[in-house]
Design a protein around this ligand. Sequence first.
Ligand code: HEC
Ligand code: HEC
Ligand code: HEC
Ligand code: HEC
Length: 447
Amino acid sequence: MKKTFLAIISGLCCIFLFSGMAYATSKHPAKNDTLTLVYTGNLDGELEPCGCSLEGDFGGIRRQATMIDRLRKKKPHLVLISSGGFLRSESIHDRLTGEYILKGINALKYDAIGVQWADLAYGMNFIKNDNLSWVVSNWNDASFEEARRITRHGRTIAFFNWIDPRESPQRQMQASKTMTAESDDSTALLQALQHAKQEGTTTVLATTLKLEDAQQRFPLEHIDILLVRSAYEKYAEPRKVKNTLVLQPGSRGMRMAELDVVLDSSGAITSWQHRIIPLSKTIPDAKRLVTWYKQYNARVKQDYEASVQFAKAAQSGASPYAGEQICASCHTTEHKIWRASRHGHAYDTLRRVNKAFDPNCIVCHTVGFNKPGGFIDNDTTSHLSNVQCESCHGAAQAHATSGGAQSVANADWPREKMCAQCHTQAHSPSFKVDAYWPKIQHKREAK
Ligand code: HEC
Ligand code: HEC
Ligand code: HEC
Ligand code: HEC
């Protein structure tokens, strides 16, 4: 079969051979045997780090831009790819953030990006507004490129992306066999990979499958680089599985990774060097994204102000929350301890970092935000700013007015449950209740 194939294209080959020779003897730089790949994956909607903890203060598109600009200065021909997963759709604010993420990554000039289901949460047109190089190799129509070929110094990388049909939200919702755009059939992709290898191209396949599943689905022999499902914030060290180099990008955009590869004439990798680049606070924000970031914040603020107007209008009747000053009248000692704690200044902290208008932040730095009678803004509900008694103990207006006879709303909550509302892995990575509680303790431990 291979012979037939060779026979068919032999005519073409002569022409290519000839032009290839002319190329080699001309003054053009020779075909390079090295390539630099910078890769990312699963930004997961994190336009910027929240800055809640030093350990978690990594990433953000502005730092990514700075780092990519620096790398390109050293190696102008580097290839920048992503396995996709830029967007998130968990809260109503994620759409606006997503809009700006796409604008932001547009400025980074990716050579190829895989589409993940998360990127399609707001529909196809949402991600097509910007001029990004999205790739899906198993899509039934021509909405996406099936592969993207990137050429540097006579070397070609072919980037493919397999979107896992089993993860399709449509299929999961309506277990029926409706028409879907993605295809289960991997034959075409396998042929394309094989064909690319015959041309001496270096092949890259991105997917959200885990290595084991990918191995089952695709024989790895035609894949030089496999980008597998990103599962953690940290990048994994590359692994060589037979001739395939397996990469696993870290999530949330906290880091990037640079891969230098040495290639043989068939485009296969003979050796490689890998470097993980943490995007810590020491990386300055890219100046070229100042306007973009200002516009983003202006839009967030505008949305918040609109929702405040709405909440104010909708607010009716008494609030179930009393506010810390009411509690102070009966619980003087507890109040003093609380006032001195960082919880007592959590809203001021947001003002300090100029984020007191961002609903994504306010929710954990005030009392009852987005709940009936809870914090709206600092004009209407200043008595509910900061992390207060009722952030942990639950609404306690009834408790206060009954002189303590009625218990507080969260009376039966264990400590851990209270803290877990806000001390999440993302915002408080080193949280341990036994280490944190003593710092805010306001109960004599009777043992
Ligand atoms: C008018 C006085 C008064 C006010 C105001 C008051 N409490 Fe209490 N609180 C009490 C009394 C009395 C107890 C019961 C103490 C006991 O049984 O040992 C109590 C107990 C508690 C307890 C222990 C758990 C429970 O439910 O029994 C918590 C927590 C608590 N209060 C929180 C609050 C918070 C939060 C506020 C402010 C929103 C508040 N209290 C306002 C009088 C008050
Ligand atoms: C409503 C959200 C919220 C809840 C609930 C909450 N926290 Fe916090 N916590 C915060 C925020 C926000 C900060 C940072 C405040 C700042 O510095 O501005 C913080 C800071 C702290 C700090 C200071 C950290 C340090 O290193 O000094 C401690 C300690 C702490 N929390 C303990 C707890 C414990 C224990 C619980 C559960 C009993 C809890 N928190 C529940 C939001 C919360
Ligand atoms: C899920 C709850 C949550 C959300 C959402 C949240 N924070 Fe926090 N934030 C915390 C907690 C908890 C801490 C305390 C972390 C610790 O010390 O372990 C904190 C601490 C902080 C600190 C204090 C850092 C320091 O060490 O001085 C800043 C600043 C901050 N947050 C800003 C933000 C901003 C800006 C946003 C929105 C982009 C945000 N937070 C969203 C829970 C949250
Ligand atoms: C960060 C969460 C958090 C905040 C904020 C907080 N508490 Fe507590 N509070 C707790 C926890 C946890 C306990 C202990 C419950 C237990 O026994 O495990 C507690 C215990 C109490 C008790 C019972 C004390 C006793 O000796 O039985 C009272 C009363 C109380 N808190 C009142 C307040 C008041 C008033 C405020 C605000 C001024 C406040 N708390 C702020 C988490 C919090």
